[in-house]
Design a protein around this ligand. Structure first.
Ligand code: PRP
Ligand code: URA
Length: 217
């Protein structure tokens, strides 16, 4: 339960992707002895499992094809999908998701946290031209104070995006509550919700600095 007395995972906009493979892989990811090569592979694998859940309610339209035997009425996605990683650490999730969503375009959102204040600092934004018509999956492994995600989603909305989903691996109650309050229309998909932030706004137990571990810096 959080400071406000509300259980964030009970919100209809928050989905905890509670799957044994996700839990097992996330445990390896959290382990401080996991080397960066394995860390990168795990991020990509968990991203595929998260993508499956985060795309479950995407709208579809009828797609008629000819099999070698007859006509078949199947489905195609109704709108284009854009995967929008928050740099740097979101790049690994984006790569994993792209292996399931091979037609998706990528939008890059450059934001880092000021080390003293933990406030988000924006340094880069490059979005595909059709961003306003797309379903956009904003991806970042960590949702800590929520500042980076709130800022990233705000930028997408300024560009006319109306269908946004946020996908992370490790979140915490503070980040979820702040993101839900700032963007109540954006569903959140997370692998786990950790109990707290430390005095430097790092998630505990968390997994440390996701970008540094992913890139071995
Ligand atoms: C990390 C992480 C998120 C942000 C989360 O990025 O990947 O973007 O912090 O924290 P918040 O919820 O408090 O904003 P970081 O600033 O370390 O940048 P990096 O990915 O370039 O290392
Ligand atoms: N960013 C990270 O990479 N890890 C945290 O715990 C918080 C912010």
């Amino acid at each position: 339960m959080s400071d406000t007395g509300r259980d964030p995972s009970s919100s209809p906009d928050v989905t905890v992707v509670d799957h044994p493979l996700v839990r097992v892989k996330l445990t390896r990811l959290r382990d401080k002895t996991t080397p960066s090569g394995e860390f990168r592979r795990l991020v990509r694998e968990i991203a595929m499992l998260m993508a499956f859940e985060a795309t479950r309610t995407l709208a579809t339209v009828i797609d008629r094809v000819e099999t070698p035997m007859s006509g078949y009425e199947g489905k195609a996605l109704a709108q284009p999908v854009i995967i929008a990683p928050i740099l740097r650490a979101g790049l690994g999730l984006a790569e994993g998701m792209n292996s399931l969503l091979s037609d998706a375009s990528t939008g890059h959102i450059g934001i880092y946290r000021n080390e003293e204040t933990a406030e988000p600092q924006s340094y880069y934004l490059h979005l595909p031209p059709h961003v306003a018509e797309a379903d956009v999956l904003v991806v970042d492994p960590m949702l800590a104070t929520g500042g980076s995600a709130i800022s990233a989603i705000g930028k997408l909305k300024e560009h006319g995006v109306t269908r946004i989903r946020f996908v992370c691996l490790v979140s915490c109650k503070t980040g979820i509550e702040r993101l839900c309050a700032a963007h109540p229309d954006v569903p959140i998909f997370t692998a786990e919700i950790d109990p707290e932030l430390n005095s430097r706004s790092y998630i505990v137990p968390g997994l440390g600095d996701a970008g540094d571990r992913y890139f071995g810096t």
